[in-house]
Ligand binder design. Sequence first.
Ligand SMILES: C[S@@+](CC[C@H](N)C(=O)[O-])C[C@H]1O[C@@H](n2cnc3c(N)ncnc32)[C@H](O)[C@@H]1O
Length: 471
Amino acid sequence: MSESISTIKKNSSYTVTIESLAFGGKGIARLQDFVIFVRDALPGQQLRIKIIRKKKQYAEAIIEDILCQSPHYIQPPCPYFQDCGGCILQNLEYSKQLSFKEQQVREIFAHLGRLNPIILPTKRAPEIWGYRNKMEFSAGTDRWYMKENDPGTPRDFAIGLHAPRRFDKILDLEACLLQDDERNQILQFIRNSIKALDLPLYNAKTHEGYLRNIVIRKGYHTGEIMVNFVTRDESPERLFPLVDSLLENFPNVTTIVNNINNTLGMVAFGKKEILLAGSGIIHDRLGDISYEISANSFFQTNTKGAEQLYRVIEDFVTLTGKETVWDLYCGTGSIALYLSQKTKEVFGFEVISDAISNARRNAEKNHITNCHFFEANLDKFFKKNVSLIQSLPTPDIVIVDPPRAGLHPDMLKELITLAFQKIIYVSCNPSTQARDCAAFVAQGYILEKVQPVDMFPHTAHIESVTLLKKA
Ligand SMILES: C[S@@+](CC[C@H](N)C(=O)[O-])C[C@H]1O[C@@H](n2cnc3c(N)ncnc32)[C@H](O)[C@@H]1O
């Protein structure tokens, strides 16, 4: 169909073929050269679409009809696919998810960074289902349902995941494919017990009710399972029968806790924690480093995926045992600790004080003495602490793993001025990564390669690692 930009109108329908996938998961179509992002569309589909928003440079559309299915389409394995909004790419062959993620990284670096580096093929995730070691389920009295497929079961009981963009509505789930079978059985058991015990669920609109969340965590390498019941008020005796039956039926459940969250905030943890069984801690490993994980401590949510990411970093840094490494935005220090046995020393910097305490404790528990952690707001830290920075051994390698927004302009400027030889940039947002890499390249760095890593199959997330060297 031949359309000019001026004739493309909001609420009008058009026939298009989806060419590729944009970062974020929308399908990309073109009418002449005008770009249209189509929600829930797959490359290769021929579609009747309706324009819902038109901007100067592009438009957004929804699918009205699938005229011809994509050759890469597969039947989505999850029965909640249509309603959940979680794993939006699960109806696309996994090998194609990987190649489209590689293509997205290539296009982002070309368009936003004006860079054309070597982009390696996306690393396949070690496990493509059941890969999350932690799932937070919500409990509530407001079940989300689609009018056309509502089976008519009670609407005031739901245990599952929040409906897309809805704080109040919960999609009732019997299982989630992002956690393994054992934890799905536990979830199912808890659901039945809650019904049998008639435990009141939380109402997000009135802030009444009792049970708010059920968080299930599993140590991938140890098999230890923690269940955390997050409740609005403190009456743990209501949970005692459930605790007893869980321990009796699931020997791998080694600890059960009750977090109290009486705030309006929809967070699955509380300031107060009541220990109901076990020690309140489970263990897991990343490489050879073991971690103690409590209900509220941060730990990478995909153990095998994180190990793969760290192997990529290790491969990029090529350590001989003599190097000094700086780990900027180090979180709980897991990259620093992972590399510590292969290098001389590592200095980690991070803004969250609890994360730094955690990193130090993890170092101590693993008898690691060559990692040093600093609580630091890296937006200004280097500028304000010149003498401290100068007193540290000059790093042979600097690893940066900033949040989605990328490096703060001041931090970027400092790093460029300090002109370190080798910078490994780890990111969950290739757009800001490309922007920052372009700034390094403009100041004489060579962007040697980019490695996209798929840590969260079937979602639009991309992790990528770049290697920058001073020319
Ligand atoms: C993507 S995470 C890095 C995680 C870590 N490298 C790991 O593997 O566990 C980004 C980290 O940057 C920290 N952060 C965000 N803004 C910061 C800032 N201005 N200064 C220092 N750290 C910051 C966050 O608290 C978070 O721990």
